[in-house]
Design a protein around this ligand. Structure first.
Ligand SMILES: [Zn+2]
Length: 135
């Protein structure tokens, strides 16, 4: 189900709680909502559709979902400018070219994977949302 995009800075500033198997229907909604906004948006965090749980949907060439992602390693910082569907304008951020992330999939299988470039940047931006950080 496609959900409305949250733009209230107070709601977006809250830290998200761990995702559990009770949250899978919301996780599917997050994927649906990212798909519906694919032309304007390449990533989405749970709280952007009003679900304050640690889940992110990552777009681009392939679309995938991460539950409870944690960055375990990061390399090569750089300065960049980003925009966000929930916010007006663009903001500066420091990101890492390469990150190693631990996360769970929709079956709560654990993965540890390395991401580079744009995909890594999307993950970092969406993970900031989970901690209530707005870029
Ligand atoms: Zn954002």
């Amino acid at each position: 189900m496609v959900r409305a995009i949250i733009r209230d800075p107070i709601l977006l500033s809250m830290k998200a709680a761990e995702a559990t198997d009770q949250d899978l229907s919301d996780a599917r909604d997050l994927m649906d909502t990212l798909k519906a906004n694919a032309e304007v948006c390449i990533g989405m965090a749970g709280n952007m559709i009003g679900v304050n749980k640690r889940m992110i949907a990552v777009g681009g060439m392939v679309r995938f979902l991460m539950l409870n992602p944690r960055i375990r390693a990061k390399r090569s910082p750089y300065h960049t400018v980003e925009s966000c569907l929930s916010l007006e304008g663009e903001r500066e951020a420091i990101r890492y070219q390469e990150i190693e992330v631990e996360y769970q999939d929709m079956h709560f299988q654990k993965h540890r994977q390395t991401f580079h470039g744009l995909t890594a940047q999307i993950i970092q931006h969406e993970m900031d949302h989970l901690d209530g950080i707005l870029i």
